[in-house]
Design a protein around this ligand. Structure first.
Ligand code: 5GP
Ligand code: ZN
Length: 113
């Protein structure tokens, strides 16, 4: 399958790994939007949030578990952070493999975009 994030998970395309377990892979974003910008993806290819269902929704929990671990390990858990998913064209999704952005290290504006 010609999917950028599947290739990153498989190691075909290099990435800076931040965290990995059986279900999840996390790596530094190539174009960081904050001092910390980690992309967290399920190892299973799911195109987008529209395809989350009863069988695969546990992976979203695994992703948030990973985010909490990364926040603790990198030392910004107390200060705070944002975990965000972009879905579809209006959501700003550019890579069609479900992923969550973990952003930290500055005061993040709201509303985004
Ligand atoms: P989206 O716009 O789909 O929500 O997020 C895709 C993210 O993947 C973007 O923040 C973009 O900078 C990042 N990205 C795109 N290509 C690469 C790549 O080859 N390596 C890494 N590490 N990040 C990438
Ligand atoms: Zn994929």
């Amino acid at each position: 399958m010609d999917c950028l994030f599947c290739k990153i998970i498989n190691g075909e395309i290099p990435s800076t790994k931040v965290y990995e377990d059986e279900f999840v892979y996390a790596f530094n974003d190539i174009e960081p939007q904050a001092p910390v910008h980690v992309v967290i993806v399920p190892k299973e290819h799911i195109c987008c949030a529209n395809k989350i269902n009863a069988e695969n929704s546990f992976l979203v929990g695994k992703i948030f578990e990973a985010a909490a671990k990364i926040a603790e390990d990198m030392g910004f858990a107390d200060k705070g952070y944002r975990v965000v998913n972009n879905c579809g064209e209006d959501g700003g999704q550019t890579v069609l493999h479900l992923h969550f952005h973990l952003l930290a290290g500055r005061n993040l504006g709201w509303p985004p975009g």
